[in-house]
Design a protein around this ligand. Structure first.
Ligand SMILES: Cc1cc2nc3c(=O)[nH]c(=O)nc-3n(C[C@H](O)[C@H](O)[C@H](O)COP(=O)(O)OP(=O)(O)OC[C@H]3O[C@@H](n4cnc5c(N)ncnc54)[C@H](O)[C@@H]3O)c2cc1C
Length: 398
């Protein structure tokens, strides 16, 4: 066991950093309001930006999106640790990075898709300009995804889809839905659900905006009215979608933008060091110092979990419980960082991000609200605790 990067990994880290800094749209780090672990203040959701599309394409062209994929599928054959090193640097600079296509769709297709599907989707995803949205939740199915009611009925070479999805992040700027629906209502959901891909341009799809707590258009509600989807878009086998969904959720929970936590914290420490309050340096305040020390420890713990999951994958272990531990710990930290930071900033910390008096670009007032989303999306904290209790500790299902 070695808790340090090797010399080769350090050199790789430098190379990754140089790429991110040279290829990112200028000024993006200081424009971006993204809060680590959260979902609600992603600039790209407001408007699809050609400069960001170009950045993703460059990541695709230069192999950064596909580093740890198998070489025969166009990947770079790098280790998962190297992929994690890149992801850390990317998120440290708040760069728009890897997304659903590379983090969820591609690994699921590589694991469960047919050879034809791999040939059809993987090269397109590698190029870096294909966007997916996750069509899982419904008005009466969130934590309990087995309760979904949207149906997909076979008709010749197609499925006919009817129903509604909700909380669909980024659906309005995406190209395809990564979707689950019931293909057999007569059996329990885990035996009668299918995972498939739907082109957003298909007739019968209506996308309506939902504005989130931060005032951004991140969510949508999406209606499917007799939407025709070719059966060749079924990922893996019909009716086994629930199994694939559980694996896809693990991939999602591993996709923590870890570097964002350290970036936000580094900026907070810099602010504390450079600020005087009531004639005293803020850095001399014992309460502030203790709060920062606590956060520093939590960030270190989150980093260790993050790199442990990469290490496990390099050692052919699927971090299943660890995905839930990482998701739970990092998203609780997202809340804590926002809450403690807002306390430290004092009353000015409550100004909105467009106020010129808001310290640190108003990121903390955004984060304070947005971090609520972190502990709900991709499975709530309660659900993660249930998974850890059942799968990790072997406690019986309630
Ligand atoms: C910012 C954000 C982005 C999202 N993006 C997407 C998206 O792109 N696509 C998508 O499909 N969905 C998305 N969602 C939806 C998300 O997956 C659901 O909100 C989440 O799974 C919880 O479901 P629910 O809202 O229906 O709450 P419920 O399931 O109704 O839960 C309500 C409360 O009950 C608790 N609870 C429920 N079941 C249990 C249990 N068994 N044990 C203990 N406590 C329990 C929950 O923890 C929660 O506190 C997003 C949500 C957020 C907040």
């Amino acid at each position: 066991m070695d808790f340090q990067l090797s010399e080769t990994e350090k050199a790789f880290q430098q190379k990754a950093e140089q790429f991110v800094l040279s290829a990112m749209p200028p000024g993006y780090t200081d424009r971006c309001l993204y809060w680590p672990g959260a979902y609600g203040a992603i600039l790209e959701f407001e408007e699809r930006d050609p400069a960001i599309d170009r950045f993703r394409e460059r990541m695709g062209e230069e192999g950064w999106l596909t580093m740890a994929w198998p070489k025969e599928l166009g990947g770079g054959g790098h280790s998962f640790i190297e992929q994690a090193i890149f992801a850390e640097r990317l998120s440290y600079h708040r760069a728009p990075g890897t997304d659903i296509s590379t983090l969820i769709a591609a690994p699921t297709i590589m694991r469960f898709g047919s050879e034809e599907q791999k040939k059809e989707w993987i090269p397109r995803i590698i190029k870096g300009n294909l966007r997916f949205w996750l069509a899982y939740s419904e008005p009466n199915a969130g934590s309990d995804l087995a309760a979904i009611q949207t149906t997909a009925v076979e008709d010749g070479d197609d499925l006919i889809v009817n129903g509604q999805k909700i909380w669909s992040s980024g659906a309005h700027i995406a190209d395809y839905a990564w979707m689950v629906a019931r293909t057999d209502m007569k059996v329990p959901s885990h035996k009668g659900t299918t995972l498939f891909i739907v082109d957003n341009k298909t007739p019968g799809i209506t996308i309506r905006p939902l504005i989130n707590i931060v005032g951004f258009h991140s969510f949508n509600e999406v209606f499917f009215d007799n939407v025709r989807v070719p059966k060749k878009n079924i990922v893996g086998e019909k009716n086994l979608g629930f199994l694939y969904l559980m694996v896809a959720l693990d991939y999602e929970r591993l996709a923590i933008a870890i570097g964002g936590f350290r970036r936000q914290f580094d900026e907070l420490v810099k602010y504390v060091k450079g600020t005087t309050r009531n004639g005293e340096p803020l850095s001399a305040n014992p309460s502030v110092r203790r709060k920062l020390a606590d956060l520093a420890i939590d960030i270190e713990v989150a980093y260790n979990f993050f790199f442990k999951t990469a290490w496990m994958m390099d050692n052919n272990q699927m971090p299943n419980i660890e995905a839930s531990v990482l998701k739970l710990f990092a998203t609780q930290l997202s809340r804590k960082l926002a809450s403690v930071g807002t306390e430290i900033l004092g009353i000015y910390g409550q100004l909105e991000h467009d106020s010129k008096y808001a310290p640190m670009r108003g990121q903390y007032s955004v984060g304070y609200l947005d971090s609520i989303s972190a502990v709900i999306g991709a499975g709530t904290s309660e659900i993660q605790r249930n998974i850890i209790a059942q799968r990790g500790l072997g406690l019986p299902r309630k």
